[in-house]
Design a protein around this ligand. Structure first.
Ligand code: ARG
Length: 565
């Protein structure tokens, strides 16, 4: 309806296009100010007329087309032209839209490919809460783009190459054993890595040995490669456990070790383009012109580095997936790294460099204390998820001990709570992790949304076959709370589109809360099962739409919804 109205507005004011009106027309903060409002300030500047007069003129012209646009009345308040829609028409259109394919969400991404590089943990290091954030944000972005019809390539750019593996091999040989690593997994690898760092402070020889082992790795020495591969397997088992808990999978696990073989080719290209310069024995791309430190390509020993492997990865992905966009979900602290490598692609002459985007996020702290990867207070993502499930399980035993399949529900609630909490605020904000807040059944939490979904499902179960009986009388849905609920339902597509535009799952999370809140208000104020037959059927129909959208929207965050709670 907004599109139609804006088309008509651009006919009235020919200087302004319908698209511009689409941006100009807003949703007023209060119900009593109508469904849409057109502020006339910017028009006034353009037309050199008093904004209130313009509002009056537009209102008069609109008045004539009222009927065909589904408008009930138009009111001018100062410089605003407030538009009240015909509720019955609106409700009907809204329901028709949601009944359409894909819940009425246009598949604008068809024939386009997006690569999302996320999670990307480091082999032999713990999967910490920071990695949990990139995993959860990246997965949600994947679901959002997928919903819009994009082809999405989910890439786990494993941190599986680097000098640290030389250190690890030395540490393993000195202070660990096959049995010990097999038994304790990453924990053991972390332990000996920390020990190496401590011991090597007073022992130069250790550093030298580690360097030698890494050189062996770079030269594909059989023993070195075998140990490295095994460390990788050990780590993957642990990562996969976390992914399974989160219900997450990837299309590609090609990590840094894969791209190191493509670096020589990259170096050739850089030389031929005259972009490689020498700096203290290393090879770099000079980025001084762009106010950036040089981008390291080859270390002085000729080995590749995080930067060059990443640049090689970009070229590989472009060639293999011909992406329109390639997103990198990592912590904010890697901003400079991505600025450098994106700039490198640009100076290499690739005009598609603007499709590369860093999607940063803030830090996580646990009940006030910053979570770190080194030192004593390591927080494993897996432990957080396990604890969340356990706490959810306790809550269920307390509140609803007879619930069927409690274990599955506890998992959905615990994991869902953590995911939702992570995604509710803008990703760039730091996350304060407090158990009470995460698992609360009230407020802006995952369990609140899940609980609302379960409530809708319970109503529908009680109603049984009544749901789809007969025609819907749209007039029965025109009261204030139901109308507000339908308006919220109608905002589903906008929420998804805006979340994709900003690469911001929080838009969907907030949408879920507003829908749940609108539904709970409706539930309390508009009796469903006790209403007269016609109203009951109409309200049940809406309830069914709400549960469908709530479940699907939760799915876009990666959160599951139990049928009963
Ligand atoms: N492994 C890195 C880390 O844990 C993240 C890698 C992100 N992806 C990339 N292509 N650089 O910090």
């Amino acid at each position: 309806m907004k599109t139609e109205i804006c088309k008509c507005l651009s006919e009235i004011v020919s200087e302004v296009s319908a698209e511009e009106f689409m941006k100009l027309v807003e949703i007023p903060p209060e119900e009593k100010l109508g469904d849409y409002a057109l502020p006339c300030f910017s028009l006034a500047k353009m037309m050199r007329k008093n904004p209130a007069v313009i509002a009056q003129d537009i209102a008069k012209a609109l008045e004539e087309k009222k009927g065909s646009l589904g408008i009930d009345k138009i009111e001018c308040v100062g410089a605003y032209c407030n538009i009240f829609l015909n509720r019955k028409t609106y409700v009907e259109k809204c329901i028709q839209k949601l009944k359409a394919d894909n819940l009425g969400v246009a598949k604008t991404g068809q024939d386009k490919t997006i690569c999302i590089d996320y999670s990307s943990p480091n082999i032999a290091k713990n999967f910490h809460v920071g990695h949990l954030r990139t995993t959860v944000i990246g997965n949600s972005l994947y679901k959002i783009y997928d919903k819009l019809g994009y082809g999405v390539v989910r890439i786990n750019h494993l941190g599986d190459w680097g000098t640290q593996f030389g250190k690890l091999i030395v540490a393993y040989k000195r202070w660990s054993s096959k049995e010990q690593v097999e038994k304790d997994g990453i924990e053991e690898l972390m332990r000996i890595y920390v020990k190496f760092n401590d011991e090597s402070e007073n022992d130069e020889k250790l550093i030298e040995e580690a360097r030698e082992w890494f050189v062996k790795m770079e030269h594909n020495d059989a023993e070195a490669i075998e140990i490295w591969k095994w460390f990788k397997e050990i780590s993957m088992v642990e990562f996969e456990r976390v992914y399974k808990m989160l219900g997450i999978s990837f299309d590609s696990y090609l990590g840094e070790s894969f791209y190191r073989d493509l670096v020589p080719e990259l170096v050739e290209e850089l030389i031929s383009k005259n972009l490689l310069t020498e700096s203290n024995g290393a090879k770099v791309i000079d980025l001084a012109e762009y106010d950036m430190p040089p981008c390291l390509i080859l270390k002085s020993d000729g080995g590749s580095i995080y930067h060059s492997r990443d640049i090689a990865a970009i070229l590989y992905r472009k060639k293999n997936y011909s992406f329109e966009k390639c997103l990198y979900v990592t912590g904010l602290e890697q901003s400079l790294h991505f600025k450098q490598i994106f700039k490198a692609i640009e100076v290499m002459g690739y005009d598609w460099a603007d499709g590369l985007m860093h999607i940063p996020y803030g830090l996580v702290s646990l009940d006030g204390a910053k979570l770190s990867t080194r030192g004593g207070n390591i927080i494993y993502a897996e432990d957080i998820l396990k604890e969340a499930i356990e706490r959810a399980s306790n809550a269920i035993n307390e509140k609803n001990p007879d619930l069927a399949d409690k274990e599955t529900v506890a998992k959905m609630v615990g994991v869902g709570a953590v995911i939702f909490h992570d995604l509710f605020n803008q990703r760039i904000k730091n996350v304060e992790f407090s158990w009470n807040e995460v698992l609360s059944f009230e407020g802006t939490t995952g369990p609140y949304a899940q609980y609302t979904y379960a409530r809708a499902k319970s109503i529908l179960r009680k109603a049984k076959e009544d749901i789809f009986k007969g025609e819907i009388n749209y007039d029965a849905l025109a009261d204030d709370v139901t109308y507000a609920l339908l308006k919220c339902l109608n905002g589903y597509e906008d929420a998804i589109v805006s979340a994709a535009e900003k690469n911001e799952p929080s838009v969907v999370a907030r949408y879920i809360i507003s829908l749940a809140t609108a539904f709970n208000k409706f539930y309390h104020e508009a009796p469903i099962l006790q209403a007269d037959e016609e109203t009951k059927i109409a309200r049940l129909y809406v309830t069914n739409l709400v549960q469908t959208v709530l479940k699907e929207a939760s799915g876009l965050l990666g959160m599951e919804c139990p049928e009963e709670m």
